[in-house]
Structures are given as C-alpha cells and as structure tokens.
Design a protein around this ligand. Sequence first.
Ligand SMILES: NC(=O)c1ccc[n+]([C@@H]2O[C@H](COP(=O)([O-])OP(=O)(O)OC[C@H]3O[C@@H](n4cnc5c(N)ncnc54)[C@H](O)[C@@H]3O)[C@@H](O)[C@H]2O)c1
Length: 262
Amino acid sequence: MGKLDGRVAVVTGAGMGIGRGVAGALARDGADILVADVDAEAGADTARWLTDRWGVRAEFVHTDVTDREQVHAMVDTAAREFGRLDILVNNAWRSLGFARMEKTPEDSMRAGFDMAVMAAFWAMQRAFPELARHGTGRVINMCSLNGVNAHMYSVSYNAAKEALRSMTRTAAREWAPKQVCCNVICPGAQSAAYRRVAEADPEMAATQAAANPMGRIGDPLDDIGTVAAFLASDDSRYLTGNTLFVDGGSHINGVQWAPNVD
Ligand SMILES: NC(=O)c1ccc[n+]([C@@H]2O[C@H](COP(=O)([O-])OP(=O)(O)OC[C@H]3O[C@@H](n4cnc5c(N)ncnc54)[C@H](O)[C@@H]3O)[C@@H](O)[C@H]2O)c1
C-alpha cells in the first residue's frame, strides 16, 4: 500500500527536471498522474516512465501554462479522465535570462507573472472544487530562494515567485476549513535547467555546490520529490501555508565566513 494510493495529481512542467522528479515520487507512493507540459515529447516520455516504473496510471496533456484555456482544460482533463483531483503541483517555468533591474524589459516581467502567478491562479481556481471534495486537497507551488533572498539580476523571476508564495499563503488561509493544504517548496536540484547553466559555466556550478552546506545539489526525485510526496500525503494534513527550503541548507549558509576553531 502506497500512502498516495487512490489519489490523483496534476504536475505542470513534469516533462523534465524537478517536475519529473516530483511526478516520479508521487507515483512511487501510488498516485495516478496527469503530466502537463508544453514539451510534448518530454511530457509523453515522463508519462510512459511513470507507468513503466511504478505501474500507476499516467497520462500526458499538452499544456502551455501561460494560456488560461489550456490550464482550465488541464484541470478538467484530470477530473474527467481520472475521476478526481487531489494534488496540484504548479512547477512549470522557463528561464527569462538575467538583466539588471533598470534594463529588464516589461515583457520579461509580464512573462514571469504569467508563468508563475497567473498559471497557478488559473489552475488553483479551477481545481478548488475538486481539491475540496474529499478532504485530501493539496497544492504545492515551486518558488525560489532567489526571490526570498533577492538575488541580483533576476527581478522578473524573483518578483513572480514571491507573488506566487504570497498567493499560496493566502489560499492556505482561505482553504484551510476545507482541509486543502497549500505549501511552497523552494528547491535546489540538478534539473535540466540547472544542468544547462552548469555546462555553460562549470566554475559557477562548482562554486555553488561548494557553498551548499551539504556539498551537493539535490536530486529531483529523491531529494525534492520525496518532500513533495510528504506534502501531498495525509502525513502533512496539519501543515499549510509553509515554505519548505529543500536545498541542503543553502538558505542558511549566510555569510561565507567562519571563525577558526579546533
Ligand atoms: N533547479 C533548481 O535548483 C531550482 C531552484 C529554485 C526554483 N526552482 C523552480 O523549480 C521549478 C522547476 O525548475 P527546473 O529547474 O526543474 O526547470 P526545467 O527547465 O528543468 O524544467 C521545466 C519544465 O517546465 C516546462 N515548461 C516550461 N514552460 C512551460 C509552459 N509555459 N507550460 C508548461 N510547461 C512549461 C519545460 O518544458 C520543462 O519540462 C521552477 O518553477 C523553478 O523556478 C528550481
């Protein structure tokens, strides 16, 4: 018996990276999964992997999360094809690059808000009746230490992710009476996006790994997915409105200085 047997999850951006890892961990615990991604090849591959490896039902639905109609169709597909929807993971993101605040184009700010805030807003609104139906509803939104710590040169990313975090906490308060728990994960993981950046700049990647208190960047399935599966399960039924930093302690590494002690 898996702790998510009989539950149904939608995971956006599950074609690769953290979304794929989260979908894998939910499937490992027994959940059926609707994989949503704008990359049809990657999304279909994840759905096959979930079924082959864990024997769950998994389907792919082509979804661009920046399009309201497609997001609504994604939620409706889960409810119609699987008969219920318990777990909604808003994870999809594509990089908007780096720029100084004063040089960041307005388009980049709008794209960030569409991808993080509006996408999750549309999905959460549409999914709420299903999430509230069985007392098992869970929303897990992927945000970022970048936003929390105001990392430089990524204002469109930071602002959108912090707005998403605020929206998650608001929903957590409003939906608590319906036992719908809404939480945020700020991950640190070797995703497809991370690997692209690391290959382009190996020195940066080595510095980042060395600065991580645990000395490594996390695994999408076994480090991030496992925590998402906990948040999706009954084990976390009294946990809502939280931000979990699943990053090997990166958020507490603070100033990179320590006194000499024996
Ligand atoms: N990798 C990290 O260490 C890290 C750190 C902090 C936050 N995050 C967050 O975790 C999430 C996943 O990041 P990742 O590193 O796995 O990225 P990734 O690029 O490896 O995977 C992102 C997935 O989202 C899909 N996607 C992109 N645009 C989409 C759209 N419009 N509609 C639907 N799907 C779309 C891509 O096709 C891909 O499958 C993001 O929300 C990101 O902000 C990641």
